[in-house]
Design a protein around this ligand. Structure first.
Ligand code: HEM
Length: 347
């Protein structure tokens, strides 16, 4: 018996079902890669899981040894610096591509029913990814990580009604210490990755059931077919994208490797505390408002983002001739950009 025959007998696969699964028709506009940005965060997530597992071989989630273990990975373990840098850069690219993916979905109004629920799932995915970044940054246990934890848990603590409970839950007590590091480690390596993986599966399932929204481009009307198959056409587009991103990822990791600051010291407050770039707008907002408004601002922003498909529907009903949603999106984006630039250059 040949190998193929043996395999199909011992591990029977429903060929028809497999063909059905990969024969999803894809609208023509997805041949343009910037319309297919949703795949990028997915690859970056996979890269993070693989490099993260490698890092766990050496990382010690203990306040005495966490920083030393990262120093060992960075300066002594073979290629440790490269794995750590790729892990860090992939988290940044995942968040950047998520923002671009959200913007593309937002400005093309692809969140409209029946995709409204999927948009809401997307917002949850975005939040989970931000939490993944925050908890990862904290594990290094350098000065910036420690003070970012301190500020982050302090902000969470100012949430109305449940703030105190959330802050204590995050810290595992009233102070940052071993319990906090253990919890952040558990969130970063187990709970958040599992939740993100499950949410991505639901997100993709809903995309498959609804199909991707069709968008018409100039010249598309001359095309014979309105769609093209997932396999092999779309997979090829995705493969080209993955290859380019992988090269960019390694180049960035080599040119700008992950750094290591001073070890955490609860007794010395650094002159300038800086979170990761994706928290810059919130951080600046907190600096120019008081703590209560500082916390209510981002919560309201997330609430609006979450319910946006319904809010926009109401605007469309009230002002059918005007692009209210579009302009709110532009103003929102400009505000975020201004706050980010302000935080980069301000003190
Ligand atoms: C890890 C996170 C995510 C992954 C892996 C992902 C993946 C994808 C993929 C592969 C598509 C197909 C079209 C494309 O490539 O653009 C898509 C579409 C979509 N995504 Fe995401 N996405 C993620 C996060 C988000 C977020 C944060 C939002 C919004 C808040 C969102 C909302 C949507 C919607 C509404 C569609 C349907 C778009 C259409 O019909 O044209 N996704 N996503």
């Amino acid at each position: 018996m040949g190998f193929t025959k043996w395999l199909s007998k011992s591990f029977p696969v429903d060929q028809e079902a497999l063909i059905q699964l990969t024969a999803e028709p894809i609208p023509n506009h997805l041949k343009r890669w910037w319309w297919a940005l949703g795949g990028t965060p997915m690859y970056m997530f996979v890269v993070q899981v693989i490099t993260g597992l490698m890092l766990i071989f050496y990382y010690v989630p203990d306040t005495e040894h966490a920083y030393k273990s990262i120093a060992y990975i960075t300066y002594e373990a073979d290629y440790g610096w490269l794995i750590r840098s790729i892990h860090r850069w992939s988290s940044n690219i995942m968040i950047a591509s998520l923002i671009l993916h959200m913007m593309r979905v937002f400005f093309t109004k692809s969140y409209k029913a029946p995709r409204d629920l999927n948009w809401m799932f997307g917002v949850v995915l975005f939040l989970l990814t931000l939490m993944l970044g925050f908890t990862g940054y904290s594990l290094v246990y350098e000065q910036m990580s420690y003070w970012a934890m301190k500020v982050g848990t302090g902000i969470a603590g100012a949430t109305p009604f449940i703030g105190g409970w959330i802050a204590d839950f995050m810290r595992g007590g009233s102070e940052i210490g071993q319990n906090t590091l253990t919890r952040f480690f558990l969130f970063h390596v187990v709970l958040l990755p599992i939740l993100i993986a499950l949410a991505v599966v639901v997100h993709l399932y809903l995309i498959r059931t609804h199909g991707v929204t069709e968008h018409k481009f100039k010249g598309d009307e001359n095309l014979e077919k309105k769609t093209f198959p997932l396999w092999p056409d779309h997979i090829m587009t995705e493969l080209v994208m993955v290859s380019i991103i992988m090269v960019a990822l390694v180049v960035l990791a080599i040119l700008f490797p992950a750094q290591l600051g001073d070890p955490a010291n609860p007794n010395v407050t650094p002159l300038h505390i800086k979170p990761e770039w994706y928290f810059y707008p919130v951080f600046r907002w907190l600096k120019v408002t008081n703590l209560m408004i500082g916390v209510l601002g981002p919560i309201s922003f997330l609430g609006i983002l979450f319910f946006w498909p319904f809010i926009d529907k109401t605007f469309d009903k009230w002002f059918p001739e005007r692009e209210v949603g579009f302009w709110i999106g532009i103003i929102g984006m400009l505000t975020i950009c201004v706050f980010t630039i302000w935080e980069i250059f301000g003190h």
